[in-house]
Design a protein around this ligand. Structure first.
Ligand code: GTP
Ligand code: MG
Length: 432
């Protein structure tokens, strides 16, 4: 595929409701394959495309055109009869496969990775997200561009046109260096932004607030749960709600909010990008810093769309990705969301889970309680705090949960629950 064609695809991608067909090689069990193809339809619709047909072929290993010639003809005639100009493949194609299939079909061809990159590019709003997507895209495009140059120069060579081959190679080298330089500069900018983020995170850490991160498969309801918690939060200042939509990758950046739901102390809640199976590796790397918020959390709220029959696969995918980014050992609470849409009573076993509906609010109180049961694993403690220890009173208000409080002659008589390190500091005031 040459660069002009590539740009053409990008142009076409910007047209609303583009008609496309999807194509997959069935190299796994029928159920896995169907699930993956269904997800591809959802990814396409997240990119404003309408999937008009789905083609499949039983495994053909290492084909230079991904599929066989019979299937190519079938797709070609279907597309010309049905006014379809674009084919999306389930697997990531090698640069040469992409080029060969593109030429054989004479249609715009792109793979699942390119589709996901396009969705991310469309959703990116902040400078950081835009840079991350640009880096990932360039990394994806570079070998494919090299492939197209190599093909061009091979063609030229076979016709004996040495001069044009030389020109192609020089241009290739220049473009390659230009892109490498661009990637390098963008990575430097990203590093700067990541450092600023780190400073903010350190500040929050210093405050010692409970740091909770929402994670989970895309479209599970993480942002809806965040908004629900914001709506019942009683901060002095109202926190801004986050974007929710019934589409894959509605959220791309991390939003951090301060939540205070009495009688519990305030905590920090972050909502981040959702996971998907086989997230392109270029993106995992690029989004590492976005996901860092999750890596440094005290606890993860792993949100699952419990009404989706594939929820166990989604749980596994999310855990795998968490391990990949280095957050695999953080304590998690499995939040079985959208329980208003299912009567399923089988709970995934082996971990602490809780059923809720972020939409109706059912189970959310219980979830907050569970969250703080994790935080305050010790028993409650009774203290008598002298009136001149306002510093400690402040600490209690910030970090602990006050079960009872009375004003006595010598000070406040309180029963509190709190994180072990804070209770340790308050030991001196413990009543017998
Ligand atoms: N019925 C029902 N729908 C829900 C519930 N929670 C979320 N939804 C819907 O599910 C869709 C996705 O919700 P989001 O909160 O955007 O999901 P997300 O996990 O943030 O998704 P990404 O940001 O794309 O990763 C929206 O249409 C929500 O209205 C729920 O408890 N019940
Ligand atoms: Mg979201």
């Amino acid at each position: 595929m040459n660069i002009e064609k590539q740009l053409n695809i990008e142009k076409q991608l910007n047209i609303e409701k583009q008609r496309v067909v999807i194509l997959g090689i069935k190299d796994t069990s029928a159920s896995n394959f169907n699930r993956a193809m269904e997800e591809l339809v959802n990814l396409a619709s997240a990119c404003d495309m309408e999937v008009v047909a789905s083609f499949q072929q039983v495994a053909s290993t290492g084909s230079s055109t991904y599929i066989g010639s019979g299937k190519i003809e079938e797709i070609k005639s279907f597309c010309s009869e049905n006014d379809v100009g674009t084919v999306i493949t389930l697997h990531e194609l090698s640069p040469s496969q992409l080029r060969n299939l593109d030429e054989a079909l004479d249609l715009a061809v792109f793979d699942r990775t390119a589709l996901i990159l396009e969705i991310f590019a469309r959703r990116a709003k902040s400078k950081e997200a835009k840079l991350q997507v640009d880096v990932a895209r360039l990394q994806y495009e570079m070998p494919r561009m090299i492939g197209s140059y190599t093909a061009l120069s091979r063609q030229a060579g076979s016709q004996g046109a040495m001069r044009s081959r030389g020109t192609g190679e020089t241009k290739l080298e220049l473009d390659r260096r230009r892109i490498e330089r661009q990637i390098h500069e963008m990575n430097q900018d990203l590093q700067l932004i990541a450092q600023q983020r780190q400073v903010q995170r350190r500040k929050r850490k210093k405050q010692g607030l409970y740091n909770v991160a929402l994670v989970g498969y895309t479209n599970a309801g993480k942002s809806t749960l965040m908004n629900r918690l914001i709506s019942i939060s009683q901060n002095g200042m109202a926190e801004k709600e986050v974007y929710v939509k019934d589409q894959l990758f509605a959220t791309l950046e991390t939003s951090v909010r301060n939540i205070h739901i009495p009688p519990y102390p305030p905590f920090i809640l972050s909502d981040t990008v959702g996971f998907v199976s086989e997230l392109p590796h270029q993106l995992i790397k690029a989004f590492h810093s976005t996901l860092e918020e999750a890596i440094e959390a005290d606890i993860l709220l792993h949100v699952v769309d419990y009404s989706d029959s594939d929820h166990q696969v989604h749980i596994d995918t999310t855990r795998e990705t968490l391990r990949d980014i280095g957050a695999g050992l953080i304590e998690e609470i499995l939040v079985l969301n959208k329980s208003d849409m299912t009567t399923d009573t089988i709970m995934p076993n082996g971990h602490s889970s809780i059923k809720i509906s972020a939409l109706t609010g059912d189970g959310v109180d219980e979830l907050v309680k569970t969250l703080f049961d994790f935080r305050f694993q010790s028993d409650s403690m009774e203290i008598l705090l002298p009136y001149d220890r306002m510093d400690m009173l402040f600490l209690i208000q910030e970090e602990c949960m006050t079960l009872t409080s009375m004003e006595e002659e010598e000070g406040y008589l309180m029963t509190i629950k709190g994180p072990a390190h804070i209770l340790n500091r308050l030991k001196a005031f413990k009543t017998e």
